[in-house]
Design a protein around this ligand. Structure first.
Ligand SMILES: Cc1cc2nc3c(=O)[nH]c(=O)nc-3n(C[C@H](O)[C@H](O)[C@H](O)COP(=O)(O)OP(=O)(O)OC[C@H]3O[C@@H](n4cnc5c(N)ncnc54)[C@H](O)[C@@H]3O)c2cc1C
Length: 257
């Protein structure tokens, strides 16, 4: 059994974010990064399957040099190998470009299962998982809140609207995107961190997968901005009658009645 886990390094949840000078992304200098929360749960789910039997867990990340730190953390938690695709073209691509690279990695690795986060904490597209499954031509399911292995298949509980849960059976090869809260994510132990130093991180580019020149973004982020603060709301206190009377007064004041 081989499980590929896609991890994205995103700005740390406590990082103070500013828009960059071009106004099309955040200022990345001098902020801390971490593994996307959803992906930590995806990795934990894969490691739990490894703990319960035999599995090789391969972590894959597309990103600049700093991403090796996220991969080392994944290896420290218990993943066996890492693949780092460090490529400007892939980095400046869109969800489809990222999914194409991950599909190319999957083609070479032939994993039985691919686990990834439901969405990335920064971009929030929630698109890479389904796109990846489509490109691989395999079954997929999303929003997993519980994963149980039955041989080469999985029983997956999915979170639906209004607290409902759907249970699906999915056979390998498959792609599963996970929700946070799926499990309790382990820390990388000191022993794990030391062992991780000897585990391989394979450095790759888009060209290694025959994708050079094929990852141009089809969607372009034109602008990101912090919405201007609206005028402060007024909270009307009192009994229902007092609040209703004050509200009618306000509406009359505004000439709306
Ligand atoms: C400088 C810069 C320029 C950009 N320009 C554009 C642009 O022009 N147009 C545009 O649409 N987007 C752009 N992006 C956004 C970027 O391409 C997004 O990362 C991409 O669209 C995927 O979206 P997401 O990460 O929100 O994926 P989601 O679909 O929300 O992520 C779901 C899961 O996919 C996996 N995943 C996602 N990204 C990676 C990764 N890099 N490595 C490994 N696994 C991953 C993770 O498991 C993640 O939990 C830009 C980003 C940067 C930094």
């Amino acid at each position: 059994m081989k499980i590929m886990v896609c991890i994205k390094q995103v700005p740390h949840q406590d990082a103070r974010l500013d828009v960059n000078a071009q106004g099309d992304w955040i200022q990345e200098d001098n902020i801390k990064f971490e593994i996307n929360q959803y992906d930590q749960h995806a990795l934990e789910a894969a490691l739990a399957i490894k703990d319960a039997g035999e599995a090789e867990v391969v972590v894959v990340s597309i990103g600049p040099d700093r991403v090796t730190q996220a991969l080392r953390t994944g290896l420290g938690m218990g993943a066996d190998r890492a693949i780092h695709v460090n490529d400007d073209e892939a980095l400046q691509s869109d969800s489809l470009g990222i999914a194409k690279v991950l599909a190319a990695v999957a083609k070479e690795e032939s994993p039985d299962m691919v686990f990834l986060g439901l969405m990335a904490d920064d971009g929030n597209f929630a698109a890479v998982g389904p796109m990846l499954a489509q490109l691989m031509g395999v079954a997929h399911t999303t929003t997993a809140v519980k994963i149980e292995q039955n041989g080469t298949a999985l029983s997956v509980e999915r979170e639906l609207e209004g607290g409902a849960v759907e249970v699906v059976e999915i056979a390998a090869p498959c792609v599963v995107s996970v929700q946070t809260g799926l499990n309790q994510v382990r820390y990388a132990s000191l022993k794990g961190i030391m062992a991780a130093k000897k585990k391989p991180i394979d450095a790759k580019t888009a060209a290694d997968y025959g994708l050079a020149g094929q990852l141009a973004a089809k969607t372009r982020t034109e602008k990101i901005y912090i919405p201007p603060k609206g005028e402060g709301a007024e909270i009307i206190e009192g009994s229902t009658d007092e609040v209703a009377a004050a509200l009618v007064g306000k509406i009359k004041e505004l000439g709306l009645l």
